[in-house]
Design a protein around this ligand. Structure first.
Ligand code: GLN
Length: 227
């Protein structure tokens, strides 16, 4: 079932327990969809897709448990709802975490092992161009205490890598650097996309456009299936 009318633009929720919710709402609207903050299961039910923002994954996970959103979000992901996680959101989508806190929960859905705060103290935060598969020109990647993807399962597609030393020279073209010198920072598995960086920061919404395309295709497929 598609919760939203097929006549109107897709409705994309942003999990609004903690983190940079406003930036995602603005980026999604700029990409041409309706966007709404999600704090309760009833709000999730109305959404065609969900964004998990950057912030602090341990806090978001704890609040999601308190707000009784963990099982509903897991169920929607399992049912094929498109989801896009950035930074903390990537951690929340990972099936496995390295350097998490004891008992840290995730929604899961991405067959990856993610390493929290992976780029280390010296390069806590850095920015640089990132080549993302499916986007012609590099996007400006903003990394803030970012995770990287340590391991991927067979169904996971790598969308972007950067040099593991971070810093201003973080740019790396997929496949150009050696595997040990470059780290996976964007992935896709079916309808789930995640980035280590924050495409919601700034005016460049091409990564959101990529996700919105996926949402629109998913809705087209779903309505075609129903007729
Ligand atoms: N280090 C944070 C975490 O573990 C993520 C940082 C971010 O989202 N900018 O959740």
């Amino acid at each position: 079932m598609t919760p939203h009318s097929s006549q109107s633009p897709p409705l994309v929720g942003v999990l609004a327990l903690q983190g940079d919710v406003r930036e995602h709402l603005a980026a999604l609207r700029a990409s041409g969809v309706d966007a709404v903050a999600v704090r309760r299961p009833e709000e999730l039910d109305r959404c065609d897709a969900l964004v998990l923002p950057g912030g602090e994954s341990t806090t978001i996970a704890k609040l999601a448990r308190i707000f009784e959103l963990v099982e509903p979000i897991r169920a929607r992901i399992a049912a094929g709802m498109p989801v896009f996680g950035t930074c903390a959101g990537m951690i929340l989508l990972a099936d496995r975490i390295e350097d998490g806190v004891v008992g840290q929960e995730t929604f899961g859905g991405l067959d990856i092992t993610v390493r929290r705060n992976a780029f280390g103290r010296q390069v806590d935060s850095f920015e640089g161009p990132v080549h993302v598969r499916g986007i012609a020109e590099p996007v400006h990647g903003v990394f803030i205490r970012a995770p990287w993807v340590e391991e991927i399962g067979p169904d996971v597609e790598v969308l972007a890598r950067v040099s593991s030393s971070g810093g201003a020279g973080a740019a790396a073209v997929p496949g150009e650097a050696g595997a040990e010198a470059s780290r996976i920072v964007a992935v896709r598995q079916g309808r789930v996309i995640a980035t280590s960086f924050h495409p919601e920061v700034g005016d460049d919404h091409r990564v959101h456009d990529l996700f919105v395309d996926l949402v629109r295709r998913d809705l087209g497929r779903t309505s075609a299936d129903r007729t």
